[in-house]
Design a protein around this ligand. Structure first.
Ligand code: PEP
Ligand code: MG
Length: 815
């Protein structure tokens, strides 16, 4: 009634409380809920608010009574019933979209909390900095915060970056709290929301200039584009894309990255501050210097992380690492540490830890989910500094009991460290299905879901959750019935894996006798044993860039020779295709010191970098050649886009061979040289390229992103980055035909190779070899063993006529 009064019938509202039992009328009836939804239904969307208990279940059940196309437009919302209904009704009256209405309902408690905060002692606003002078004398500027969700980490990072160009000190006052504008921590805990008035005062020679610059930045929404802004501050997924409407309330949905079911307790990969000892220091100056050196090293490291995040996730998301840099360089923290070292004679580790803990406590005291979620950022950056101070690499992924690992993001080198025995499943906030972390998770056989930005707000360490890697569903509080069902699925999945594992030791021969070579993708010699256990007949792709990652110096020729030889020896007489360094894209290699690029996937990647840097490329070529002595090694070049690149690479290989010959060092004189086909240009030049090399391997991960013009690490375009897109299938066909015409063999080593659904298509298209993450081998082999070549060829013909990825997927699913 209250909501209806407020909007005076301009918003359709229907009520569905009570049940048809005069003796016990308190309850809810799904049919009534469904009827109420029908009564106000329009395709613009219907928001359903409920209280607790049966209302929740009835609302979920009601959805089942609606038509499927209606269901898509229904939004069940967990907002508080009274406040949510009023906020939503008012928002709807303004003509806002359903996602804005949903967001308004979810934020309905904010105003109440703000009003009550001063009455609750632990929430009382804190005056964190005393300005050195009376600010009323200083030049000032008043800004009304324009950002829809207030000044959160990214706009603050922009502001503080801007201040870095000026020498004036800038203070910000909100109501009666004044903070130093250069301190990201103080600014964040100030809690500046949309519509708040902030008074900026500047003290120093360029005071007027800095205020003008701030005014311009504020006029530009603090350089925060509205949609970025929403993505950042929409942790509960109020935007329509983030939460599929049919997902139940206690579920999240992400992008499927590796199949399998996992049930277990959550462990965060959000590093905690290690315990440090405290001791008195006599030489304060030396201690302070040690601190400065650690900060410098941390800042350099964060720059590298930022570059890699730009490449894996996107430039907007990567700016969070600007915030991390600002956190560790925060003048308030620096001052606190300086005071502790010089005045209290505390060692720097202890001083830093105390200073961080104080800031963490302040963030935690603020009733704001967003800020509380940023504690992970504080701890993360704090730990980096400590690591540099203590000169230790912390064991990040050691767990006593099996866990489901939850992380904001994992680098490829992080994922590579994971132990499948201890990691039941993996969920990350960032990433797309073909990001290298996802590839590694598949390689390790760990069920994984990526691209769940709202994740960290919904799970706590130790919480039991469940996930289905195949569908991307995450159950935040699985019910007993759900657990039983998932457990059954897990048992079936494991049984199928085991049956396939037995079949995997046989060759992949179709029923009518065509053999397809099935090999593994590896990133180090350590992966060989698992690959062989899974039934690999060799290695079709050794991603050598992993040897170069996560270290300060590039591996020299000796070290590389040993690494390649080790892999070859473990494989015995089986083939080993070693791909030369594929740097760039989402695989940055800090040791190479490559500058950040605007479009790294279109930049100085793979062979382009190697041809321009013979001092890196040559030792690798010599190492591969040396390892090839007496071993069935083949050399493969990545990211080719011109004929000239192949020629130049071959000249360098010839030169390396001449050098070895002259020095009397053995190598395989008949070494096969092949190239990856992963650019549209290489597809179009396949006939010519096939004349120049001994084999092709199609890299559908990159080929798909380049053909579809869609970044393989960007979740927003994940549906385009699907190697079953008709354009990609046609490209594969063209490449296979060109290779066979020139009588060379052609394999496929993108993630598509490991998708058993695609096996009939790939066999039908005529691929000679399929190389995949080892865990996929058993199922793919089992699939091929059931196939009939001529039927697979007919299926491939049919796929080539289809018009959409959905049609292709339907056809393959029906086989
Ligand atoms: C590919 O692009 O398909 C491929 C196998 O190479 P990478 O995934 O290492 O870029
Ligand atoms: Mg590639």
């Amino acid at each position: 009634e209250l909501a209806m009064q407020m909007v005076r019938e301009r918003v359709p509202i229907a009520v569905a409380g009570g049940i048809e039992d005069p003796n016990d009328p308190i309850g809810t009836d799904p049919l009534r809920v469904a009827a109420a939804i029908e009564a106000v239904y329009s395709p613009d969307g219907v928001l359903v608010l409920m209280d607790l208990g049966s209302a929740l279940m009835s609302a979920e059940t009601a959805l089942e009574f609606l038509e499927p196309d209606q269901q898509e437009h229904i939004y069940l919302c967990e907002a508080p019933l009274v406040e949510g209904a009023i906020a939503a009704a008012v928002e709807a009256m303004l003509g806002s979209s359903i996602t804005q209405v949903l967001a308004a309902a979810r934020n309905a408690l904010v105003a109440k909390l703000q009003q009550l905060a001063p009455l609750l002692p632990e929430h009382a606003p804190e005056v964190v900095a005393e300005p050195p002078i009376n600010l009323t004398e200083a030049p000032g500027l008043t800004v009304t915060v324009p950002n829809r969700v207030g000044l959160h980490a990214r706009p603050l990072a922009k502001l503080i970056e801007l201040l870095g160009q000026f020498s004036a000190e800038v203070y910000v006052t909100k109501i009666d709290t004044t903070v130093n504008a250069r301190s990201i921590n103080q600014m964040a805990t100030l809690g500046a929301r949309q519509g708040d008035e902030l008074h900026f005062h500047a003290v120093g020679p360029d005071a007027a200039a800095v205020l003008t610059a701030i005014q311009a930045l504020a006029a530009d929404n603090f350089a925060d584009r509205d949609d970025d802004d929403r993505r950042d501050h929409d942790p509960v997924g109020a935007t329509a894309l983030a939460i599929p409407k049919t997902v139940a309330l206690n579920q999240l949905l992400g992008i499927s990255a590796a199949v399998g079911i996992a049930i277990g307790p959550v462990a965060y990969h959000a590093p905690v501050l290690p315990s440090v000892t405290e001791w008195p220091v006599a030489d304060g100056a030396a201690e302070w210097q040690r601190f400065q050196a650690a900060i410098q090293a941390t800042v350099a490291e964060l720059q590298a992380v930022q570059i890699s995040t730009q490449q894996t996730v996107g430039p907007a998301e990567a700016t969070i690492f600007t915030a991390h840099r600002l956190i560790v360089q925060d003048p308030e923290l620096q001052e606190d540490v300086r005071r502790q070292i010089l005045d209290e004679h505390r060692n720097v580790e202890a001083a830093w830890q105390r200073a961080m803990q104080a800031v963490v406590a302040r963030y935690q005291a603020v009733e704001d989910d967003y800020l509380r979620a940023r504690v992970a950022d504080l701890l993360d950056s704090g730990q980096r500094v400590l690591r540099h101070l203590l000169k230790v690499t912390l064991p990040t992924f050691r767990f006593e009991h099996p866990v489901i690992l939850v992380a904001e993001q994992l680098t490829p080198s992080d994922t590579a460290q994971l132990d499948p025995q201890k990691i039941l499943g993996l969920v990350t906030a960032a990433g797309g299905a073909t990001s290298h972390s996802a590839i590694l998770a598949r390689a390790l056989g760990i069920p994984a879901i990526v691209g769940v930005p709202e994740l960290l707000l919904h799970v706590k360490p130790g919480q039991m959750i469940a996930l289905d890697g195949a569908t991307g569903q995450i159950w935040l509080a699985p019910t007993t019935a759900e657990l039983t069902e998932l457990q059954q699925k897990r048992t079936t999945w494991q049984a199928a894996q085991q049956a396939a594992a037995r079949a995997s030791q046989q060759f992949a021969i179709t029923r009518d006798g065509k053999r397809i070579e099935v090999t593994a993708n590896i990133s180090s010699a350590n992966d060989v044993a698992f690959a062989l256990a899974m039934g690999a007949e060799g290695v079709g792709l050794f991603r050598t860039e992993f040897l170069f990652m996560g270290r300060e110096q590039v591996p020299d020729e000796e070290e590389q020779t040993m690494a390649y030889r080790a892999a070859a020896q473990k494989l015995g007489s089986r083939p080993l295709v070693i791909r030369t360094l594929d740097v760039g894209g989402d695989k940055p290699i800090p040791a190479l010191g490559i500058a950040a690029e605007t479009n790294p996937f279109l930049g100085w990647r793979g062979i382009r970098y190697c041809l321009d840097n013979p001092e890196i490329f040559k030792p690798q070529l010599r190492a591969i050649l040396r390892a090839s002595a007496g071993q069935p090694i083949k050399l493969m070049l990545p990211m080719m886009s011109t004929l000239d690149e192949v020629e130049r690479a071959k000249v360098m290989i010839d030169a390396a061979q001449d050098e070895l010959r002259a020095a009397g060092i053995a190598f395989d004189q008949a070494l096969e040289i092949g190239i990856m086909i992963e650019t549209p240009s290489a597809v179009l030049l396949a006939a010519e390229l096939a004349q120049m090399v001994d084999f092709f391997s199609i890299g559908t991960n990159d080929l798909t992103q380049y053909l579809m013009a869609a970044d393989r690490g960007n979740r927003q375009v994940a549906s385009l980055v699907n190697a079953l897109q008709p354009a990609v299938i046609r490209a594969i066909q063209q490449v296979v035909q060109a290779a066979h015409k020139a009588e060379i063999w052609v394999g496929l080593c993108g993630e598509l190779a490991g998708n058993p659904l695609a096996s009939p298509l790939l066999v039908g298209l005529g691929l000679d070899e399929l190389s995949m993450h080892a865990a996929a081998i058993p199922l793919v082999k089992a699939r091929i063993q059931q196939l009939d070549l001529s039927q697979a060829q007919q299926l491939a013909e049919k796929c080539l006529t289809l018009r959409s990825v959905t049609e292709v997927e339907h056809l393959l699913a029906a086989v």
